[in-house]
Design a protein around this ligand. Structure first.
Ligand SMILES: Cc1cc2nc3c(=O)[nH]c(=O)nc-3n(C[C@H](O)[C@H](O)[C@H](O)COP(=O)(O)OP(=O)(O)OC[C@H]3O[C@@H](n4cnc5c(N)ncnc54)[C@H](O)[C@@H]3O)c2cc1C
Length: 272
């Protein structure tokens, strides 16, 4: 069956009723590909396109609050450099006009460019259910495996909260410059108290937050020596696979190289 709720309350009610049998449909750029390839079976669609609340993009309490149905195109000009750069690399213009932030998180691909940028920005995800209301948790914590999240069957992603005040950088290696799924990509940010956060994609079953490398820098300071150490820690902590896009050894090496490159940029860059 096909449902088209007209507001958030209706969407939550339908999701609560259908649970795992209700599949949320945003831009459809992942879902429809999955259905066509036979990877995804859908009994009931819950089309979110009429739920205006999910498209809100606003400043709130020191955060950029990005409604789940915000399309990548709208983020290309946002103030967070890593996020803007990541959004600008997603597919081509048609995909960026359809694909949403909530859909990207829902897909839980280790190659999600925007997910990795958000992780490195210390973003939180806001989940909402009719029964329990809303809860917020660090974005990195909801990814549990390729295509898997800890989002409950009656929940949907309401928004993503990105704290202001962090300088950030993003870098993507793909097979070509446009319309290319990442081979490896990374993002890093530094906060007002010089704390660093690092996210890497395509090197583990989920978009990866590199906590051990972050902890090393955050306890020893950001300089040439700790940057080299962090790159080595990242090489040790990733678990890439060989596939048609690249070999595991190349991905491991590039994860370290990108970490180094982004941290040097943060060390040298001024302003936001
Ligand atoms: C040709 C092509 C090129 C692409 N290139 C890139 C690329 O370069 N980089 C990249 O990162 N991605 C790329 N993608 C992937 C894709 O565009 C993104 O992941 C997109 O953001 C998915 O969003 P959507 O709105 O289309 O999601 P949908 O396909 O509508 O949904 C995806 C999943 O998320 C769930 N979902 C949707 N909304 C919510 C919600 N509010 N709460 C909970 N779950 C939800 C759905 O149920 C579904 O499981 C590409 C896709 C295509 C087809």
């Amino acid at each position: 069956m096909y449902f088209q709720p007209k507001n958030l309350d209706e969407a939550l009610e339908i999701k609560a009723k259908l649970g795992a049998d209700g599949t949320l449909l945003a831009g459809g750029t992942d879902l429809v590909v999955g259905i066509r390839k036979g990877r995804t079976q859908v009994s009931n669609f819950i089309d979110l396109s009429k739920v205006a609340e999910l498209g809100e993009l606003q400043e709130q309490d020191g955060f950029l609050r990005i409604g789940a149905a915000t399309v990548h195109r709208r983020l290309e000009s946002c103030a967070h450099k890593a996020l803007a750069d990541a959004a600008a690399t997603v597919g081509g213009p048609q995909i960026r006009n359809l694909g949403t932030v909530g859909g990207q998180i829902g897909t839980a691909s280790p190659a999600g460019d925007v997910s990795v940028a958000l992780i490195a920005l210390n973003a939180e995800v806001e989940l909402l259910s009719a029964a329990r209301g809303s809860r917020r948790l660090p974005l990195a914590d909801i990814f549990t495996g390729p295509g898997k999240t800890s989002i409950a069957d009656d929940e949907l992603i309401r928004a993503v909260w990105v704290p202001h005040g962090r300088r950030s950088e993003f870098y993507k290696i793909g097979k070509r410059d446009a319309v290319a799924i990442s081979v490896v990509m990374a993002a890093a940010s530094i906060g007002p108290s010089n704390d660093v956060a690092i996210g890497i994609g395509c090197v583990a079953p989920t978009p990866l937050r590199c906590r051990r490398a972050e902890d090393h820098i955050n306890s020893h300071g950001l300089d040439g020596a700790t940057i080299n150490d962090a790159a080595q820690i990242v090489r040790e902590d990733v678990s890439p696979i060989d596939d048609h896009r690249a070999g595991a050894a190349y991905r491991r090496e590039m994860a370290g190289t990108l970490t180094k490159r982004l941290l040097w940029r943060l060390l040298h860059s001024k302003g936001g």
